[in-house]
Design a protein around this ligand. Structure first.
Ligand code: NDP
Length: 310
């Protein structure tokens, strides 16, 4: 027997929990599935200092616990589990862990995006330790004020983040794996014109080195000559792209070629009536906790309006 749900929220980042707070307070009895990474991307960050309302900052995992508590306080049913399959042909049908069937009146997609990493064990180690690896310059750049950092990537994100970091840090070394950028000309020009940004082409990361607590150097190599070089840094940023977690919706929900869901401008509505989107699943530009929370609110309000009009 399928379970009937008035408002299903998929994802447990700031978008999902904010949607849950609003939906619960509007008596929509939301059920939220946390997914594979409860708390979302913020659980891989250390201190969050740019979310309004926390004058002293808060750790990412702590903030997500507080958001969950706030959503539960108004009656959100927060569940462990992963939505593995959907069928939006007639009703809004979804399956949890390939087993339990749900039939929903509204669905809010808040599945976010995952930063891509290089896949080095040392990268994982220092990321988990909060010791100097980050995939978000806007979130963590401030901690490296006056210091020397490196950033891997040659796309628009890497250029934008390198430029952002150059205003805070003493020196930024960009590690670009080809002999050219992927970024747009204007973004390339911006980094090339910045005095404290050094660009190393044909350069890849071999290992991030440190004292097992914090990052101290990065070992890089030239993929044309094989030459290796150690660069002293305290922060290593990765900006090699994000993957929106939207694969399961692909057959039904309109998305761009990279998988970001397309919403009707100014709303959270997708092409499927009753299905709304919030957070990074539809945003490859801003990607901030506060913007995700804002669109979570919009999605709950749009879902409420949709239910009342039915
Ligand atoms: P992109 O996919 O555009 O670029 C990724 C970059 O990382 C490329 O230079 C790529 O190299 C490199 N890379 C990928 N894998 C590795 C690896 N394993 N090791 C080293 N380098 C690697 O991602 P972005 O996040 O930069 O941009 C995503 C989208 O968002 C784009 O459409 C972009 O234009 C847009 N965007 C727009 C902005 C703006 O307009 N202000 C700001 C930020 C993003 P290679 O080129 O060799 O594949």
């Amino acid at each position: 027997m399928a379970e009937k749900i008035k408002c299903l929220i998929i994802g447990s980042g700031p978008a999902g929990y904010t949607a849950a707070i609003y939906a619960a307070r509007a008596n929509m009895s939301p059920v939220l599935y946390q997914g594979t990474e409860p708390g979302g991307q913020l659980t891989t960050t250390t201190d969050v200092e740019n979310f309004p309302g926390y004058p002293k900052g808060i750790s990412g995992p702590e903030m997500m616990i507080e958001l969950q508590q706030q959503a539960e306080r108004f009656g959100t049913d927060v569940r462990n589990g992963w939505i593995t399959k959907v069928d939006f042909n007639n009703d809004l049908k979804l399956w949890v862990n390939d087993q339990d069937e749900l039939i929903c009146e509204t669905v809010i997609i808040a599945t976010g995006a995952s930063a891509k990493y290089l896949g080095l064990p040392s990268e994982k180690k220092y990321l988990e330790l909060g010791g100097g690896v980050s995939a978000c310059a806007v979130c963590d750049g401030f901690f490296y004020k006056g210091q020397e950092v490196a950033i891997a990537g040659g796309g628009d994100s890497a250029c934008e983040e390198a430029h952002y970091l150059s205003k805070l840090c003493k020196k930024v070394t960009m590690l670009v794996r080809r002999d050219e950028f992927r970024a747009s000309k204007i973004m390339q020009e911006r980094v090339k014109k910045t005095d404290n940004i050094e660009i190393l082409y044909n350069t890849e990361t071999k290992e991030i080195l440190g004292d097992n607590s914090v990052v101290e150097n990065v070992l890089v190599y030239n993929n044309k000559t094989g030459e290796e070089k150690t660069i002293p840094i305290t922060g290593f940023f990765v900006a090699i792209g994000h993957t929106p977690n939207t694969e399961i919706f692909k057959p039904y929900v309109n998305m761009d070629e990279t998988g970001y869901i397309i919403n009707e401008p100014g709303t959270s509505r997708t092409n499927i009536p009753g299905v709304f989107v919030s957070g990074d699943a539809a945003d490859h530009v801003y990607r901030q906790a506060v913007t995700a929370a804002g669109t979570g609110c919009i999605a709950a309000l749009d879902a409420e309006k949709y239910l009342s009009s039915k």
